[in-house]
Ligand binder design. Structure first.
Ligand code: SF4
Length: 231
């Protein structure tokens, strides 16, 4: 960590007081999470949700998607944007799962150590660190800390990570710094904070419960004081 003196537990406590306790209810369907996360890349959640629902309406199961022509998949997921890119990736990912496991069921990952489960997911086509973490966290109920734009921005502003790090490296660092049992709460609370208070353009620092030890907030609220403190 860099200049903040808040621990992850303190951040969780302060943000829980503001937003309430997030409930971790993993849904158990790792393949659905993989597909949804792939569809959500570079698009709004509402669009990827529509694309996902159309996929489920047009194909009876994942086997049918894997066996379908790419243009049929592309047509089904068009509302999600970037369909020409995502359709072949989706087909390749599902085909690989079937080839490796003989089925469309990834519950065996729950029995692996988390590092092995993550590695297994990472070697699928089109699955990067963020997608693997989403599947672990939301699909399988295992530790993982996906770094989206909100998590990245708030973590950098709080001084938890260096702004020179890529989102992938930020994810690696946060997964090491935040206790695994807290990954879900930390992830959800930073997203809520990024959406409601620590927005990209105009962070609402004065009422923020993290202001006392947030280097960015102190700089915004009182630039002269921050400068004299060497921040
Ligand atoms: S003090 Fe400002 S910059 Fe820091 S976390 Fe709060 S809203 Fe974001």
């Amino acid at each position: 960590m860099t200049t903040t003196s808040y621990t992850p537990a303190e951040i969780i406590d302060r943000l829980t007081a503001l937003y309430g306790q997030p409930e971790w209810r993993p849904h158990g369907d790792a393949i659905a999470e993989l597909v949804l996360t792939l569809l959500s890349q570079n698009t709004a959640d509402s669009n990827s949700g529509r694309a996902f629902n159309r996929l489920l309406q047009r194909f009876p199961d994942w086997q049918a998607v894997a066996g379908a022509p790419v243009d049929a998949i592309e047509d089904a997921i068009r509302p999600g944007g970037l369909a020409p890119t995502k359709a072949p990736r989706l087909k390749a990912m599902l085909t690989e799962i079937k080839q490796r496991t003989g089925a469309f069921d990834l519950r065996f990952l729950e029995d692996l150590p988390v590092d092995q489960a993550r590695e297994w997911l990472r070697t699928l086509p089109a699955v990067g660190p963020k997608t693997a973490a989403c599947v672990l966290l939301f699909g399988l109920g295992m530790p993982g800390l996906p770094v989206d734009t909100h998590v990245y921005r708030v973590a950098v502003r709080l001084g938890l990570v260096s702004p020179s790090l890529t989102p992938e490296k930020v994810q690696t660092q946060l997964e090491a710094d935040v206790p695994p049992a807290d990954h879900f709460r930390f992830h959800v609370l930073l997203i809520r904070h990024g959406r409601h208070m620590c927005s990209a353009r105009a962070p609402a620092c004065p009422p923020c419960p993290l202001l006392p030890q947030c280097p960015t907030g102190r700089q915004i609220v009182n630039p002269a004081l921050s400068a004299s403190n060497g921040l």
